[in-house]
Design a protein around this ligand. Structure first.
Ligand code: ZN
Ligand code: FE
Length: 259
């Protein structure tokens, strides 16, 4: 029996902890710092067996050395990227990750765009998608192209609707504010934003989110459905029905959006 929870870290990161409490073992995803992980493991008497990394940014890997100092036998899985040192296994698209304890299987998906080597892990009804897909938003396109990022989001959106999406940041309310400007009549979005507001008022995480809810509410998964009159085309740009043009315009507008 696996138990899942997001550990708040740094400013607005979540480090996902997946544990088999009966077996006394756990894995974590994207530990940007060690302290909250060590505290959670100690509280439940858990041993860290595995660290999954999605991409090289410091807020996702910064805690690895300190965790390895305490749990030197932990496996560290990461994409092939020299900016992520110390991996015990490099993963690539189509790989299967089989973890003995906590017993879990994950498929690796390369989802480039935020960075040029970003991966996601999908299995056990869960998706660890790092900074690619957020609730009601998506990651910034730092190293890839809008084409790559849209293809990555399309792949994630094609996973089963009951997948629990475990994003690496609590960005839902800020994403909702932007999403409501481009898709204000979307009832699924309005409902999701209301739920998220209530959760944050109670200082609870808005994650995980269900993939089918994101498909209905997240404007970056609905680029073709956004009303043409609401599309935030940059000055001088010609309105387009091409999905990648629409995605790029939405992403660019979000980059400069302030609620
Ligand atoms: Zn990042
Ligand atoms: Fe991040």
């Amino acid at each position: 029996m696996l138990s899942l929870r997001p550990l708040p870290a740094l400013g607005d990161n979540y480090i996902w902890l997946l544990a088999d409490v009966a077996a006394g073992s756990a894995l974590v995803v994207d530990p940007g710092e060690a302290r909250p992980v060590l505290a959670a493991l100690a509280a439940d008497g858990l041993r860290l067996t595995t660290i999954l990394l999605t991409h090289h940014h410091a807020d996702h890997i910064g805690g690895v050395p300190e965790l390895l100092a305490r749990f030197p036998d932990a496996a560290v899985l990461a994409p092939r990227d020299e900016r992520i040192p110390g991996a015990t296994r490099r993963v690539a698209d189509g790989d299967t990750v089989a973890i003995a304890s906590p017993a879990a299987h994950f498929d690796v998906l390369e989802v480039h765009g935020h960075t040029r080597t970003h991966v996601a892990y999908h299995g056990e009804g869960l998706l660890f998608c790092g900074d690619t897909l957020f609730s009601l938003g998506c990651g910034r396109v730092f190293e890839g192209t809008p084409d790559e990022m849209l293809a990555s989001l399309d792949r994630l959106a094609g996973l089963p609707g009951n997948t629990q999406v475990c994003c690496a940041h609590e960005y839902t309310l800020a994403n909702a504010a932007f999403a409501l400007t481009v898709d204000p009549d979307n009832r699924a979005l309005i409902a999701r934003a209301d739920v998220a507001r209530t959760l944050r008022t109670r200082h609870q995480p808005t994650l995980p989110t269900l993939l089918e809810e994101e498909r209905a509410a997240n404007p970056f998964l609905r680029v073709a459905a956004i009303n043409d009159t609401r599309m935030p085309w940059p000055a001088g740009a010609q309105p387009s029905r091409r999905r990648v043009d629409r995605f790029a315009a939405l992403r660019a507008a979000k980059d400069t959006f302030h609620a």
